[in-house]
Design a binder for this molecule. Sequence first.
Ligand SMILES: [Zn+2]
Length: 533
Amino acid sequence: MHHRFIRGVAAALLLVAGAVSAQDFSAQRLSDEIRIISADDFQGRYPGTEGEKKTLDWLQAQYEAMGMEPGGPDGQWLQIIDLKRLTPKGLPTLTWSGATSQGRALIAGTDFTLRAMNDAAAGEVANAPVVFAGYGIHAPERGWDDYGDLDVTGAVVLVVAGEPDGELFNGPYATNYQSAAYKADEAERRGAVAVLTIIDGDAGASAWRRETGGATRTRTLTPGSAELTLSGAVNRDAAAEMGVDLATLKPRLQTGDFRAFLLDVRITAAAEETVEILRTHNLLARITGSERPNEVIIYSAHWDHVGVNENTAGDDKIFNGAWDNASGTIGVVEMARQLKAAPTPKRSIVFAHMAAEEMGLLGAYAYVADPVYPLETTVADINIDMLPLSGPTKDVPIFGKGQNSLEDDLQALAEKEGRYVSDDGQPEQNFYYRSDHFPFARAGVPALMPWHGVDWVEGGREAGLAAWKAKFGADYHRPSDEWSADWDLRSAVENLTLLYRLGLELANGDGWPTWKPTSEFGQVRDRSAAARQ
Ligand SMILES: [Zn+2]
Protein backbone atom coordinates (compact mmCIF):
# COMPACT_ATOMS: atom_id res chain seq x y z
CA MET A 1 0.00 0.00 0.00
CA HIS A 2 2.84 2.38 0.69
CA HIS A 3 4.16 1.99 -2.83
CA ARG A 4 0.88 2.59 -4.55
CA PHE A 5 1.15 4.97 -7.48
CA ILE A 6 -0.49 8.28 -6.80
CA ARG A 7 -1.74 10.17 -9.77
CA GLY A 8 -0.25 13.60 -10.36
CA VAL A 9 -1.77 16.87 -9.34
CA ALA A 10 -3.36 18.72 -12.22
CA ALA A 11 -3.09 22.35 -11.20
CA ALA A 12 -5.16 23.65 -14.12
CA LEU A 13 -8.20 21.79 -12.82
CA LEU A 14 -8.24 23.96 -9.72
CA LEU A 15 -10.05 26.51 -11.85
CA VAL A 16 -13.21 24.45 -11.99
CA ALA A 17 -13.40 24.01 -8.21
CA GLY A 18 -16.85 24.91 -6.97
CA ALA A 19 -18.35 25.09 -10.43
CA VAL A 20 -20.05 21.71 -10.14
CA SER A 21 -21.65 21.98 -6.72
CA ALA A 22 -24.37 24.01 -5.12
CA GLN A 23 -23.32 23.29 -1.57
CA ASP A 24 -22.07 26.03 0.65
CA PHE A 25 -20.28 24.74 3.75
CA SER A 26 -19.33 27.54 6.08
CA ALA A 27 -16.22 27.40 8.26
CA GLN A 28 -17.80 29.95 10.58
CA ARG A 29 -20.92 27.89 11.04
CA LEU A 30 -18.89 24.73 11.71
CA SER A 31 -16.90 26.61 14.32
CA ASP A 32 -19.96 28.12 16.02
CA GLU A 33 -21.70 24.74 16.34
CA ILE A 34 -18.60 22.84 17.47
CA ARG A 35 -18.27 25.45 20.19
CA ILE A 36 -21.79 24.73 21.46
CA ILE A 37 -21.55 20.94 21.89
CA SER A 38 -17.99 20.98 23.22
CA ALA A 39 -18.70 23.59 25.89
CA ASP A 40 -18.18 22.67 29.55
CA ASP A 41 -21.93 22.28 30.19
CA PHE A 42 -21.96 19.25 27.83
CA GLN A 43 -19.55 17.61 30.31
CA GLY A 44 -17.48 15.73 27.74
CA ARG A 45 -20.55 13.93 26.28
CA TYR A 46 -20.18 10.65 28.14
CA PRO A 47 -22.80 7.95 27.35
CA GLY A 48 -25.61 7.68 29.87
CA THR A 49 -25.04 11.13 31.41
CA GLU A 50 -26.77 14.50 31.29
CA GLY A 51 -24.13 15.36 28.67
CA GLU A 52 -25.61 12.71 26.37
CA LYS A 53 -29.11 14.09 26.82
CA LYS A 54 -28.01 17.65 26.06
CA THR A 55 -26.12 16.49 22.98
CA LEU A 56 -28.96 14.41 21.56
CA ASP A 57 -31.58 17.10 22.32
CA TRP A 58 -29.45 19.64 20.48
CA LEU A 59 -28.96 17.34 17.49
CA GLN A 60 -32.65 16.50 17.29
CA ALA A 61 -33.52 20.21 17.38
CA GLN A 62 -31.18 20.84 14.43
CA TYR A 63 -32.79 18.09 12.37
CA GLU A 64 -36.31 19.17 13.25
CA ALA A 65 -35.46 22.71 12.19
CA MET A 66 -34.16 21.37 8.87
CA GLY A 67 -37.44 19.51 8.31
CA MET A 68 -35.63 16.19 8.33
CA GLU A 69 -37.39 12.89 9.04
CA PRO A 70 -36.46 10.77 12.05
CA GLY A 71 -34.23 7.93 10.82
CA GLY A 72 -34.26 5.57 13.80
CA PRO A 73 -36.41 2.47 14.39
CA ASP A 74 -40.21 2.89 14.28
CA GLY A 75 -40.06 6.50 13.12
CA GLN A 76 -38.07 7.57 16.17
CA TRP A 77 -34.95 9.71 16.31
CA LEU A 78 -33.21 7.45 18.80
CA GLN A 79 -32.01 3.86 18.65
CA ILE A 80 -31.82 2.55 22.21
CA ILE A 81 -28.63 0.68 23.09
CA ASP A 82 -28.32 -1.25 26.33
CA LEU A 83 -24.63 -1.93 26.83
CA LYS A 84 -23.70 -4.76 29.15
CA ARG A 85 -20.83 -4.00 31.48
CA LEU A 86 -19.32 -7.18 32.89
CA THR A 87 -17.15 -7.50 36.00
CA PRO A 88 -15.61 -10.82 37.12
CA LYS A 89 -17.47 -12.47 40.00
CA GLY A 90 -14.90 -14.45 41.98
CA LEU A 91 -11.99 -16.24 40.39
CA PRO A 92 -12.35 -18.35 37.23
CA THR A 93 -11.23 -21.99 37.28
CA LEU A 94 -9.39 -24.06 34.68
CA THR A 95 -8.10 -27.63 34.98
CA TRP A 96 -6.83 -29.92 32.27
CA SER A 97 -6.24 -33.63 31.98
CA GLY A 98 -4.14 -35.54 29.49
CA ALA A 99 -1.45 -38.18 29.07
CA THR A 100 1.06 -36.27 31.22
CA SER A 101 -1.25 -35.05 33.98
CA GLN A 102 -4.70 -35.61 35.46
CA GLY A 103 -6.78 -32.78 36.91
CA ARG A 104 -3.95 -30.26 36.62
CA ALA A 105 -5.40 -27.06 38.12
CA LEU A 106 -3.96 -23.85 36.69
CA ILE A 107 -3.76 -20.71 38.84
CA ALA A 108 -5.93 -17.77 37.81
CA GLY A 109 -3.86 -14.68 37.07
CA THR A 110 -0.60 -16.62 37.14
CA ASP A 111 -1.17 -19.30 34.49
CA PHE A 112 -4.40 -18.22 32.85
CA THR A 113 -7.11 -15.58 32.55
CA LEU A 114 -10.73 -16.32 31.73
CA ARG A 115 -13.90 -14.28 31.19
CA ALA A 116 -17.50 -15.06 30.33
CA MET A 117 -17.92 -12.21 27.81
CA ASN A 118 -21.34 -13.36 26.64
CA ASP A 119 -25.01 -12.50 27.10
CA ALA A 120 -25.46 -14.99 29.91
CA ALA A 121 -22.47 -13.47 31.75
CA ALA A 122 -21.50 -16.99 32.79
CA GLY A 123 -19.93 -19.96 31.10
CA GLU A 124 -18.50 -23.39 31.74
CA VAL A 125 -17.01 -26.14 29.64
CA ALA A 126 -16.53 -29.72 30.84
CA ASN A 127 -13.89 -32.06 29.49
CA ALA A 128 -13.74 -30.16 26.18
CA PRO A 129 -11.25 -31.17 23.48
CA VAL A 130 -8.47 -28.67 22.86
CA VAL A 131 -7.14 -27.54 19.48
CA PHE A 132 -4.12 -25.43 18.63
CA ALA A 133 -5.01 -23.29 15.57
CA GLY A 134 -1.85 -21.19 15.11
CA TYR A 135 -2.92 -17.61 14.35
CA GLY A 136 -6.50 -18.86 13.98
CA ILE A 137 -6.82 -17.22 10.56
CA HIS A 138 -8.86 -18.35 7.55
CA ALA A 139 -8.18 -15.88 4.71
CA PRO A 140 -9.29 -17.43 1.40
CA GLU A 141 -8.42 -14.25 -0.57
CA ARG A 142 -4.84 -14.72 0.64
CA GLY A 143 -4.76 -18.50 0.27
CA TRP A 144 -4.29 -18.83 4.04
CA ASP A 145 -6.00 -21.47 6.14
CA ASP A 146 -4.81 -22.25 9.67
CA TYR A 147 -7.82 -24.47 10.41
CA GLY A 148 -7.64 -26.74 7.36
CA ASP A 149 -10.22 -29.54 7.61
CA LEU A 150 -10.08 -29.90 11.37
CA ASP A 151 -13.50 -29.92 13.03
CA VAL A 152 -13.41 -27.75 16.15
CA THR A 153 -17.05 -28.15 17.20
CA GLY A 154 -17.29 -28.04 20.99
CA ALA A 155 -13.56 -27.42 21.33
CA VAL A 156 -11.43 -24.94 23.23
CA VAL A 157 -9.24 -23.28 20.59
CA LEU A 158 -5.76 -22.03 21.45
CA VAL A 159 -4.40 -19.28 19.18
CA VAL A 160 -1.40 -16.96 19.15
CA ALA A 161 -1.93 -13.20 19.01
CA GLY A 162 -1.28 -11.14 15.89
CA GLU A 163 -0.86 -12.21 12.28
CA PRO A 164 1.95 -13.43 9.99
CA ASP A 165 4.53 -10.82 9.00
CA GLY A 166 5.05 -9.73 5.41
CA GLU A 167 3.21 -8.30 2.41
CA LEU A 168 0.58 -11.06 2.31
CA PHE A 169 -0.89 -9.47 5.45
CA ASN A 170 -0.50 -5.83 4.29
CA GLY A 171 3.09 -5.30 5.38
CA PRO A 172 3.29 -2.56 8.01
CA TYR A 173 -0.49 -2.04 8.06
CA ALA A 174 -2.38 -4.53 10.20
CA THR A 175 -5.24 -6.53 8.69
CA ASN A 176 -8.43 -7.39 10.52
CA TYR A 177 -7.06 -10.90 10.99
CA GLN A 178 -4.76 -9.79 13.82
CA SER A 179 -7.67 -8.79 16.03
CA ALA A 180 -8.89 -10.92 18.92
CA ALA A 181 -12.46 -10.16 17.86
CA TYR A 182 -11.85 -11.69 14.42
CA LYS A 183 -10.28 -14.81 15.93
CA ALA A 184 -13.25 -15.20 18.26
CA ASP A 185 -15.69 -14.80 15.32
CA GLU A 186 -13.87 -17.37 13.22
CA ALA A 187 -13.73 -19.88 16.09
CA GLU A 188 -17.40 -19.34 16.91
CA ARG A 189 -18.40 -19.76 13.26
CA ARG A 190 -16.70 -23.18 13.38
CA GLY A 191 -18.55 -24.21 16.53
CA ALA A 192 -15.77 -23.74 19.09
CA VAL A 193 -16.88 -22.96 22.66
CA ALA A 194 -13.86 -21.02 23.90
CA VAL A 195 -10.76 -19.22 22.65
CA LEU A 196 -7.59 -18.91 24.71
CA THR A 197 -4.81 -16.67 23.40
CA ILE A 198 -1.30 -17.87 24.13
CA ILE A 199 0.76 -14.93 25.42
CA ASP A 200 4.35 -15.47 24.32
CA GLY A 201 5.96 -14.86 27.72
CA ASP A 202 6.20 -16.46 31.16
CA ALA A 203 4.21 -15.42 34.25
CA GLY A 204 6.63 -12.53 34.89
CA ALA A 205 6.63 -11.08 31.37
CA SER A 206 5.23 -7.59 30.85
CA ALA A 207 2.83 -8.86 28.15
CA TRP A 208 1.43 -11.34 30.65
CA ARG A 209 1.09 -8.69 33.36
CA ARG A 210 -0.86 -6.51 30.91
CA GLU A 211 -3.14 -9.45 30.16
CA THR A 212 -3.83 -10.23 33.83
CA GLY A 213 -4.32 -6.55 34.67
CA GLY A 214 -6.96 -6.22 31.95
CA ALA A 215 -8.67 -9.48 32.84
CA THR A 216 -9.98 -8.29 36.20
CA ARG A 217 -11.42 -4.99 34.90
CA THR A 218 -14.98 -4.17 34.02
CA ARG A 219 -15.44 -4.68 30.29
CA THR A 220 -18.30 -3.71 28.06
CA LEU A 221 -19.66 -6.42 25.82
CA THR A 222 -19.43 -5.47 22.16
CA PRO A 223 -22.91 -5.79 20.61
CA GLY A 224 -22.92 -8.54 17.99
CA SER A 225 -19.58 -10.01 19.07
CA ALA A 226 -18.94 -13.76 19.13
CA GLU A 227 -21.03 -15.59 21.73
CA LEU A 228 -18.27 -17.78 23.09
CA THR A 229 -18.84 -19.64 26.36
CA LEU A 230 -15.43 -18.52 27.62
CA SER A 231 -12.49 -16.47 26.44
CA GLY A 232 -9.12 -15.69 27.96
CA ALA A 233 -5.41 -16.42 27.77
CA VAL A 234 -2.68 -18.77 28.95
CA ASN A 235 0.99 -17.94 29.23
CA ARG A 236 3.73 -19.66 27.25
CA ASP A 237 4.62 -22.13 30.02
CA ALA A 238 1.05 -23.22 30.64
CA ALA A 239 0.61 -23.74 26.88
CA ALA A 240 3.84 -25.75 26.67
CA GLU A 241 2.62 -28.10 29.43
CA MET A 242 -0.52 -28.75 27.40
CA GLY A 243 1.56 -29.57 24.33
CA VAL A 244 2.01 -26.28 22.46
CA ASP A 245 5.71 -25.48 22.40
CA LEU A 246 5.74 -22.02 20.83
CA ALA A 247 9.53 -21.85 20.48
CA THR A 248 9.40 -24.78 18.06
CA LEU A 249 6.06 -24.00 16.43
CA LYS A 250 6.32 -20.26 15.80
CA PRO A 251 8.50 -20.33 12.66
CA ARG A 252 6.06 -22.80 11.08
CA LEU A 253 3.09 -20.52 11.77
CA GLN A 254 4.61 -17.96 9.37
CA THR A 255 4.91 -20.28 6.39
CA GLY A 256 1.28 -20.80 5.45
CA ASP A 257 1.50 -24.60 5.59
CA PHE A 258 0.71 -24.89 9.29
CA ARG A 259 -2.59 -26.67 10.01
CA ALA A 260 -4.52 -26.80 13.29
CA PHE A 261 -4.15 -29.97 15.35
CA LEU A 262 -5.87 -31.63 18.28
CA LEU A 263 -3.94 -31.68 21.56
CA ASP A 264 -3.87 -34.68 23.84
CA VAL A 265 -5.62 -32.79 26.66
CA ARG A 266 -9.15 -31.89 27.74
CA ILE A 267 -10.15 -28.73 29.58
CA THR A 268 -12.75 -28.13 32.27
CA ALA A 269 -13.25 -24.47 33.09
CA ALA A 270 -15.74 -21.88 34.36
CA ALA A 271 -16.12 -18.12 34.82
CA GLU A 272 -18.90 -15.82 35.94
CA GLU A 273 -19.57 -12.08 35.73
CA THR A 274 -21.82 -9.51 37.32
CA VAL A 275 -23.77 -7.35 34.89
CA GLU A 276 -24.56 -3.68 34.86
CA ILE A 277 -26.55 -2.04 32.04
CA LEU A 278 -25.49 1.28 30.55
CA ARG A 279 -28.25 2.75 28.40
CA THR A 280 -27.20 5.04 25.58
CA HIS A 281 -28.53 5.97 22.12
CA ASN A 282 -27.65 6.45 18.49
CA LEU A 283 -29.52 9.32 16.84
CA LEU A 284 -30.55 8.94 13.20
CA ALA A 285 -32.10 11.33 10.68
CA ARG A 286 -33.11 10.56 7.09
CA ILE A 287 -33.75 11.93 3.64
CA THR A 288 -35.99 9.39 1.91
CA GLY A 289 -34.94 8.58 -1.64
CA SER A 290 -37.39 9.31 -4.45
CA GLU A 291 -36.84 6.11 -6.47
CA ARG A 292 -35.07 3.46 -4.42
CA PRO A 293 -35.68 4.44 -0.79
CA ASN A 294 -34.51 1.09 0.54
CA GLU A 295 -31.01 1.69 -0.77
CA VAL A 296 -29.19 3.78 1.78
CA ILE A 297 -26.04 5.88 2.02
CA ILE A 298 -24.97 6.51 5.62
CA TYR A 299 -22.95 9.42 6.95
CA SER A 300 -21.79 8.54 10.45
CA ALA A 301 -19.98 10.30 13.27
CA HIS A 302 -19.77 9.51 16.96
CA TRP A 303 -21.29 12.12 19.27
CA ASP A 304 -19.72 10.79 22.46
CA HIS A 305 -16.41 11.56 24.12
CA VAL A 306 -14.77 10.44 27.36
CA GLY A 307 -16.59 12.70 29.84
CA VAL A 308 -15.18 14.02 33.09
CA ASN A 309 -12.31 12.46 35.03
CA GLU A 310 -11.82 13.80 38.54
CA ASN A 311 -8.46 11.98 38.79
CA THR A 312 -6.96 14.05 36.01
CA ALA A 313 -3.98 16.17 37.02
CA GLY A 314 -4.57 19.93 36.87
CA ASP A 315 -7.70 22.03 37.29
CA ASP A 316 -9.48 21.07 34.09
CA LYS A 317 -11.27 17.74 34.57
CA ILE A 318 -13.56 18.01 31.55
CA PHE A 319 -12.57 16.23 28.35
CA ASN A 320 -14.50 18.51 26.00
CA GLY A 321 -13.71 16.55 22.88
CA ALA A 322 -14.05 19.55 20.59
CA TRP A 323 -11.93 17.95 17.89
CA ASP A 324 -12.85 14.38 18.90
CA ASN A 325 -15.62 14.33 17.92
CA ALA A 326 -17.72 17.47 18.25
CA SER A 327 -16.08 18.45 14.96
CA GLY A 328 -17.13 15.30 13.06
CA THR A 329 -20.60 15.45 14.64
CA ILE A 330 -21.06 18.98 13.32
CA GLY A 331 -19.57 17.83 10.00
CA VAL A 332 -22.48 15.40 9.66
CA VAL A 333 -25.07 17.97 10.79
CA GLU A 334 -23.82 20.43 8.18
CA MET A 335 -23.66 17.65 5.58
CA ALA A 336 -27.33 16.98 6.30
CA ARG A 337 -28.19 20.66 6.02
CA GLN A 338 -26.52 20.89 2.59
CA LEU A 339 -28.00 17.65 1.28
CA LYS A 340 -31.48 18.58 2.49
CA ALA A 341 -31.19 21.70 0.33
CA ALA A 342 -30.29 19.63 -2.76
CA PRO A 343 -32.95 18.03 -5.03
CA THR A 344 -34.23 14.82 -3.41
CA PRO A 345 -31.85 11.98 -4.38
CA LYS A 346 -32.98 8.64 -5.80
CA ARG A 347 -31.61 6.65 -2.87
CA SER A 348 -32.05 7.47 0.81
CA ILE A 349 -29.40 9.22 2.86
CA VAL A 350 -29.11 8.58 6.59
CA PHE A 351 -27.24 10.73 9.10
CA ALA A 352 -26.17 8.49 11.97
CA HIS A 353 -24.82 9.94 15.19
CA MET A 354 -23.23 6.97 16.92
CA ALA A 355 -22.87 6.44 20.66
CA ALA A 356 -20.04 5.01 22.74
CA GLU A 357 -17.35 5.05 20.08
CA GLU A 358 -14.74 5.89 22.69
CA MET A 359 -15.74 2.73 24.61
CA GLY A 360 -14.88 0.59 21.57
CA LEU A 361 -17.06 1.65 18.60
CA LEU A 362 -20.03 0.24 20.52
CA GLY A 363 -22.82 2.38 19.08
CA ALA A 364 -21.78 1.45 15.55
CA TYR A 365 -21.45 -2.22 16.52
CA ALA A 366 -24.93 -2.03 18.04
CA TYR A 367 -26.22 -0.50 14.81
CA VAL A 368 -24.78 -3.21 12.54
CA ALA A 369 -25.94 -5.93 14.96
CA ASP A 370 -29.49 -4.54 14.70
CA PRO A 371 -29.53 -2.33 11.61
CA VAL A 372 -32.42 0.05 11.00
CA TYR A 373 -31.78 -0.32 7.22
CA PRO A 374 -30.74 -3.72 5.83
CA LEU A 375 -26.96 -3.89 5.55
CA GLU A 376 -27.10 -5.75 2.24
CA THR A 377 -28.72 -2.72 0.57
CA THR A 378 -26.68 -0.17 2.48
CA VAL A 379 -24.63 1.30 -0.33
CA ALA A 380 -21.82 2.79 1.76
CA ASP A 381 -20.85 4.29 5.08
CA ILE A 382 -18.93 7.57 5.04
CA ASN A 383 -17.56 8.19 8.52
CA ILE A 384 -16.32 11.50 9.89
CA ASP A 385 -14.17 11.41 13.00
CA MET A 386 -12.21 14.59 13.83
CA LEU A 387 -12.32 17.19 11.06
CA PRO A 388 -8.96 18.34 9.70
CA LEU A 389 -7.83 21.67 11.18
CA SER A 390 -5.58 23.33 8.66
CA GLY A 391 -5.45 25.40 5.53
CA PRO A 392 -6.01 23.71 2.14
CA THR A 393 -4.20 20.41 1.53
CA LYS A 394 -3.33 18.56 -1.65
CA ASP A 395 -3.81 15.14 -0.06
CA VAL A 396 -6.98 13.50 1.21
CA PRO A 397 -5.67 10.62 3.33
CA ILE A 398 -8.03 7.76 4.12
CA PHE A 399 -7.81 4.89 6.58
CA GLY A 400 -7.53 1.47 4.99
CA LYS A 401 -6.36 2.50 1.55
CA GLY A 402 -6.71 -0.36 -0.91
CA GLN A 403 -9.86 -1.75 0.69
CA ASN A 404 -12.72 -0.73 -1.59
CA SER A 405 -13.83 1.21 -4.66
CA LEU A 406 -15.06 4.23 -2.67
CA GLU A 407 -11.47 5.45 -2.64
CA ASP A 408 -11.47 5.43 -6.45
CA ASP A 409 -14.69 7.47 -6.52
CA LEU A 410 -13.14 9.88 -4.03
CA GLN A 411 -9.93 10.03 -6.06
CA ALA A 412 -11.89 10.97 -9.19
CA LEU A 413 -13.58 13.82 -7.30
CA ALA A 414 -10.35 14.92 -5.58
CA GLU A 415 -8.53 15.03 -8.90
CA LYS A 416 -10.94 17.65 -10.19
CA GLU A 417 -9.73 19.85 -7.34
CA GLY A 418 -6.09 19.11 -8.04
CA ARG A 419 -5.98 16.89 -4.96
CA TYR A 420 -5.15 13.21 -4.45
CA VAL A 421 -6.21 10.38 -2.16
CA SER A 422 -3.44 8.81 -0.09
CA ASP A 423 -3.01 6.32 2.74
CA ASP A 424 -2.90 7.62 6.31
CA GLY A 425 0.88 7.23 6.45
CA GLN A 426 0.94 5.96 10.05
CA PRO A 427 0.62 2.16 10.09
CA GLU A 428 1.77 2.03 13.71
CA GLN A 429 -1.45 3.84 14.69
CA ASN A 430 -3.73 1.07 13.43
CA PHE A 431 -6.21 3.79 12.50
CA TYR A 432 -8.39 1.52 10.38
CA TYR A 433 -9.70 -0.20 13.51
CA ARG A 434 -10.32 2.94 15.51
CA SER A 435 -13.53 4.54 14.31
CA ASP A 436 -17.11 3.78 13.37
CA HIS A 437 -16.51 2.95 9.72
CA PHE A 438 -14.88 -0.27 10.89
CA PRO A 439 -17.97 -2.08 12.24
CA PHE A 440 -19.58 -1.37 8.85
CA ALA A 441 -16.56 -2.76 6.99
CA ARG A 442 -16.51 -5.84 9.20
CA ALA A 443 -20.19 -6.37 8.36
CA GLY A 444 -19.34 -6.12 4.65
CA VAL A 445 -20.65 -2.59 3.97
CA PRO A 446 -18.11 -0.60 1.91
CA ALA A 447 -16.93 2.16 4.22
CA LEU A 448 -14.74 5.22 3.89
CA MET A 449 -12.98 7.18 6.58
CA PRO A 450 -11.17 10.30 5.39
CA TRP A 451 -8.41 11.74 7.57
CA HIS A 452 -6.38 14.90 7.85
CA GLY A 453 -4.34 16.07 4.92
CA VAL A 454 -0.75 17.00 5.74
CA ASP A 455 0.48 17.97 2.27
CA TRP A 456 -0.26 21.66 2.72
CA VAL A 457 -0.83 23.84 -0.33
CA GLU A 458 1.04 26.58 1.53
CA GLY A 459 4.03 25.05 3.28
CA GLY A 460 4.21 21.52 1.96
CA ARG A 461 4.25 18.11 3.59
CA GLU A 462 6.96 18.57 6.17
CA ALA A 463 5.28 21.54 7.82
CA GLY A 464 1.87 19.88 7.59
CA LEU A 465 2.96 16.64 9.19
CA ALA A 466 4.84 18.42 11.99
CA ALA A 467 1.83 20.60 12.78
CA TRP A 468 -0.52 17.63 12.77
CA LYS A 469 1.69 15.57 15.06
CA ALA A 470 2.08 18.48 17.46
CA LYS A 471 -1.69 19.02 17.66
CA PHE A 472 -2.46 15.30 18.03
CA GLY A 473 0.22 14.88 20.70
CA ALA A 474 -0.94 17.91 22.67
CA ASP A 475 -4.72 17.49 22.62
CA TYR A 476 -5.84 14.00 21.59
CA HIS A 477 -7.91 12.59 24.47
CA ARG A 478 -6.84 15.35 26.84
CA PRO A 479 -8.85 18.06 28.63
CA SER A 480 -7.11 20.52 26.31
CA ASP A 481 -9.11 19.23 23.32
CA GLU A 482 -11.20 22.41 23.38
CA TRP A 483 -12.78 24.67 20.81
CA SER A 484 -10.71 27.63 19.75
CA ALA A 485 -11.61 30.62 17.60
CA ASP A 486 -8.20 30.12 15.94
CA TRP A 487 -9.08 26.82 14.32
CA ASP A 488 -8.48 26.86 10.58
CA LEU A 489 -11.44 24.97 9.12
CA ARG A 490 -10.65 25.55 5.45
CA SER A 491 -9.47 21.98 4.88
CA ALA A 492 -12.54 20.72 6.75
CA VAL A 493 -14.71 22.63 4.29
CA GLU A 494 -12.69 21.19 1.39
CA ASN A 495 -13.09 17.61 2.64
CA LEU A 496 -16.78 18.00 3.49
CA THR A 497 -17.35 19.33 -0.03
CA LEU A 498 -15.74 16.22 -1.50
CA LEU A 499 -17.75 13.93 0.78
CA TYR A 500 -20.95 15.79 -0.14
CA ARG A 501 -20.27 15.18 -3.84
CA LEU A 502 -19.39 11.56 -3.19
CA GLY A 503 -22.58 10.94 -1.21
CA LEU A 504 -24.77 12.68 -3.76
CA GLU A 505 -23.15 10.77 -6.61
CA LEU A 506 -23.84 7.47 -4.82
CA ALA A 507 -27.37 8.56 -3.92
CA ASN A 508 -28.25 9.45 -7.52
CA GLY A 509 -26.46 6.49 -9.08
CA ASP A 510 -27.39 2.83 -9.22
CA GLY A 511 -23.94 1.29 -8.74
CA TRP A 512 -22.74 -0.63 -5.73
CA PRO A 513 -19.27 0.12 -4.38
CA THR A 514 -17.22 -3.05 -4.14
CA TRP A 515 -14.43 -4.48 -2.01
CA LYS A 516 -11.14 -5.05 -3.80
CA PRO A 517 -10.09 -8.67 -4.37
CA THR A 518 -7.35 -8.34 -1.75
CA SER A 519 -9.73 -7.08 0.95
CA GLU A 520 -10.65 -9.29 3.89
CA PHE A 521 -14.20 -7.90 3.87
CA GLY A 522 -15.27 -8.93 0.36
CA GLN A 523 -16.33 -12.43 1.38
CA VAL A 524 -18.85 -11.05 3.90
CA ARG A 525 -20.40 -8.74 1.28
CA ASP A 526 -20.51 -11.54 -1.32
CA ARG A 527 -22.87 -13.59 0.85
CA SER A 528 -25.64 -11.02 0.28
CA ALA A 529 -24.94 -10.37 -3.43
CA ALA A 530 -28.43 -11.55 -4.45
CA ALA A 531 -29.99 -8.58 -2.62
CA ARG A 532 -28.16 -6.14 -4.92
CA GLN A 533 -29.20 -7.39 -8.38
ZN1 LIG B 1 -11.49 9.58 20.46
